[in-house]
Design a protein around this ligand. Sequence first.
Ligand code: PCP
Length: 392
Amino acid sequence: MTEKRIFNIASEADVVAGRTTDVYFERTLKILRARGIDPRVTMEVRAKELPNGSAWAIFAGLEEALLMLERLNAPLEVRSIEEGTIFGPGDAVFSVSGPYRAICAHETPLLGLLCQASGIATATARCRKAAGDRTLLSFGARRMHPCLAPMIDRSAWIGGADGVSTVGSAAALGIEPEGTMPHALILCLGDTVEAAKAFREVIGEGVRCTALVDTFGDEKFETLRVARALGKRLHAVRLDTPSSRRGDMAAICRETRWELDLNGYRHVKILVSGGLDEGKILALNPWADGYGVGTGIASAPVVDFALDIVEIDGKPVAKRGKQAGAKRLVRCGRCLARRNVLLRNPAPRCACGGGMADLQKRFIRDGRLAVRLPTAGKIRERTLRELKGVEL
Ligand code: PCP
């Protein structure tokens, strides 16, 4: 007997079958079928502007989009920039060509896959830029529907996070899950030091111990107590000071750092969590060694992509406000300037004199994946390379 469904989610089969489409696409299909119309179209994904008016974003969600489109068993062609690539407002990042009726009902899920993952990867990448080489951990699964945890953590990982906290997502990414200890453990053991000692004893030396120091008493004094108790076996302390006591978090970190160094615990690092974003990270950098970000990553604003017809039966045509004609995105190898150029035109020279190369490549040919998809680790490396070329 099948178990009663408990979550309000769509299954993969639902999505592939078009059950997460907007009804106006279903009606469009009905009308086109009734009229026997099915033009060959090229549809293009672009974002007019980016979250918080930022100048750049990280492209993500492509893997799921490609695997969904391949499941449609339709004669589609897909060109796209790679996941982990920096793009800007108006850049033609992705295009799909084929019979419109084969694509129509999947515009909704296609955009959903690209919009949310790119939003999360971008927010993570901005925190990454802000944190520099300090540790950045994605703690956001608890802020979103649990069925999305693998997507959220994958997007945070390829956005440049150093680790993710959920066990399933980490396994899927082939990495160790990262985490510290919850207030609940300290409350159950009744003391910060007892909890840290128990962690050391039970979890073993293979996992670094980051003690949480804001449950009962002052962060500075709790930190010293734990440092004295564990010495070199203490990797870090986590400060997750409740907002009612948070006051000047930078000052709390500075004081804690001072006390640690004064008492010979220079090796103990300071990790901060709770309500963090790129701005707060920049303010804490002088004293913090790492960050746990939840809401700021998991519920990041989406990238507002649109999917628009730009060619019908080989003729350039687009709605008002859009540029007609199938395009590709090229980038200058010297100044990294990007430009949309018509697919049929050669890549121009950049105004700086540099050569411009295609950022897009063909991922699906005749409905089948045409390339081996990179691992999330490889995509993350691309993101970290690309981030060197941009500023916050
Ligand atoms: C939170 C929990 C999350 C962190 C902070 C992210 O602490 O550890 O991972 O929070 P954010 O969404 O504000 O960025 P608590 O809620 O105190 O939970 P716990 O005691 O389990 O650490």
